[in-house]
Design a protein around this ligand. Structure first.
Ligand code: SAH
Length: 508
């Protein structure tokens, strides 16, 4: 029995990449998602851990270097134990598992214990940190080779295996990892061994992440310069002509929002688009699920409307959530796109229009570009809605400007709640924690988002007002001001693209 269990367990030594969560491999991500147990280090991106399954056991064996961390033999033992229980284990290691990650030792322990294991190589920081700092590790005419060296050898070792004479004679690029604390010693030894003291170097801290910082200078000064600049671990030390290309090839850390922490308050499902737009501009996003969307507890009203879809002239969706809410009830009742025969469909903005297509398989007849209710009322009025029957799918919160506007235009409106909004229990703590972590920019994309965040902060807007506040569209901004928030940026249109553009403009 024990043997059979043993044979089911498996350990994947997975390279998490250097920091940017996008730099894990496709195979590594698959192993992470499938694992029963994830055992990770300090250098694996916290964002990656969100990819683990909801029931996965997460074990941190890294912590702060030198403190409270499991020693290597204990980590090896933990891997063997968990695998012996028949579990599937993802051993997530920063960069590449076999580049100074002690992955080889873990693999040996597993092999010796007869445990199934594999390695999924990763993008090593030695190359990627340089690349994100605008430094190609090799370059025609400058460097035809590269060497990666440890800057901190096992202190128990009696004699150094490193020959600085040999290293100083290398003509290609040299990268030292784990060399932050010994940087003055490394540079001194290199110069003493005959390397030109003016050879250009760069130190890249937290490469590929939003905390990336680079200091460049000549070999003889770089240790001092890096210390002055307040750099710290983890850092990659790059020596060679190629580092001078950085002036021309810097790309990652000179994007307009680089180094800015942005609070994104939207529902989980909707925040990602804004998040990726902000991240493309270099920002680091703290996503804050102030509201989550849930199906209706009592769907009798919605069901009745769905049963009578054919009686309406128009169905109007004011959000993607509304589309999903209706689609799920339609499906539950065995209906499909044919229930919309003879009924016209309007969607507030292109994103909602796309959801209509995806969820219901039909193209919306009317999609005003502007995301506000007023634009929808104008557009529908242009279609002649006097006396027409309209089903408006709305949220349980929010303004009823759409409903009243349509009624004023002479339509007969049934406004039915299509989904419920919920405030997760731990949101208040998350809100406080986000501001503690040092937010630079707060974004609001809707009036209800403003209400939620301000309510969660107990009505105290001072922490929001310490940041740059950016609102999507004037109506959101108005609500923010009503709630005591000072608004710095208002995007002219209610689109995520316009919001990000306006933020970039404001900061430049
Ligand atoms: N297996 C890892 C290296 C582990 S040793 C890899 O392949 O990248 C840890 C050292 O890697 C750190 O001391 C630092 O020198 C380097 N390092 C790891 N992540 C880094 C990052 N994001 N930026 C710069 N250096 C990094």
């Amino acid at each position: 029995m024990a043997d059979r269990k043993n044979s089911r367990g498996k350990v994947s030594l997975v390279g998490a990449g250097p920091g940017d969560p996008g730099l894990i491999t496709a195979k590594g991500l698959e192993r992470l998602r499938d694992a029963d147990v994830v055992i990770y280090d300090r250098l694996a991106s916290p964002r990656l851990l969100e990819e683990a399954g909801p029931d996965a056991e997460l074990i941190d064996v890294g912590k702060i270097p030198g403190r409270t961390r499991l020693r290597q033999p204990e980590i090896n033992q933990l891997l063997v134990e968990k695998a012996s229980e028949g579990k599937t284990i993802c051993r997530l290691k920063g960069g590449d598992p076999f580049v100074f990650g002690r992955g080889g030792e873990e693999a040996l322990a597993l092999a010796q214990a007869g445990i199934r294991w594999e390695v999924v190589p990763g993008v090593t920081s030695s190359i990627a940190a340089a690349a994100y700092a605008g430094i190609p590790i090799t370059h025609r005419g400058m460097a035809t080779s590269f060497t990666v060296i440890t800057g901190s050898e096992d202190p128990e070792k009696e004699e150094s295996q490193l020959s600085y004479k040999a290293i100083a004679g290398l003509t290609g690029t040299i990268v030292f990892l784990m060399g932050w604390s010994t940087l003055p010693e490394i540079t001194r030894q290199l110069v003493a061994a005959g390397m030109p003291s003016d050879i250009p170097c760069a130190l890249v801290q937290w490469g590929t992440t939003a905390s990336q910082r680079t200091v460049a200078g000549p070999l003889s000064d770089i240790a001092h310069m890096a210390e002055e600049a307040g750099l710290s671990n983890p850092a990659a030390f790059v020596v060679g002509e190629v580092t001078s290309l950085r002036d021309e090839l810097g790309w990652f850390d000179n994007r307009p929002l680089f180094g800015k922490k942005v609070l994104v308050t939207r529902t989980r499902s909707q925040a990602s688009r804004l998040r990726s737009l902000l991240e493309e501009s270099g920002a680091e996003c703290v996503e804050f699920p102030a509201i989550s969307i849930a199906p209706l507890e009592d769907s009798s009203q919605l069901d009745a409307a769905v049963a009578n879809l054919g009686r309406y002239d128009w169905v109007v969706f004011s959000s993607s959530n509304g589309v999903r809410g209706l689609a799920s009830r339609l499906e539950a009742r065995g209906g499909d796109a044919r229930s919309f025969a003879g009924v016209k469909v309007a969607a507030i903005g292109p994103a909602t229009g796309e959801t209509v297509k995806a969820e219901l398989g039909i193209s919306a007849d009317l999609v005003p570009d502007d995301y506000v209710s007023e634009a929808m009322v104008d557009a529908l009025s242009g279609e002649g809605i006097k006396g027409k029957k309209i089903l408006a799918i709305r949220s349980d919160l929010g303004r009823d400007a759409l409903e009243s506007g349509l009624a004023v235009a002479g339509a007969q409106v049934d406004a039915i709640v299509g989904y419920e909004t919920k405030v997760p229990e731990d949101s208040a703590e998350k809100a406080a924690a986000a501001f503690d972590a040092g937010i630079d920019i707060t974004t609001f994309t809707s009036s209800s988002g403003v209400d939620n965040l301000v309510d969660l902060l107990g009505g105290d807007t001072s922490r929001i007002n310490d940041t740059v506040v950016a609102c999507m569209g004037p109506i959101t901004a108005e609500r923010a001001e009503e709630r005591g928030v000072r608004v710095d940026v208002i995007s002219p249109e209610r689109t995520m693209e316009a919001l990000v553009e306006s933020i970039v403009e404001h900061l430049s």
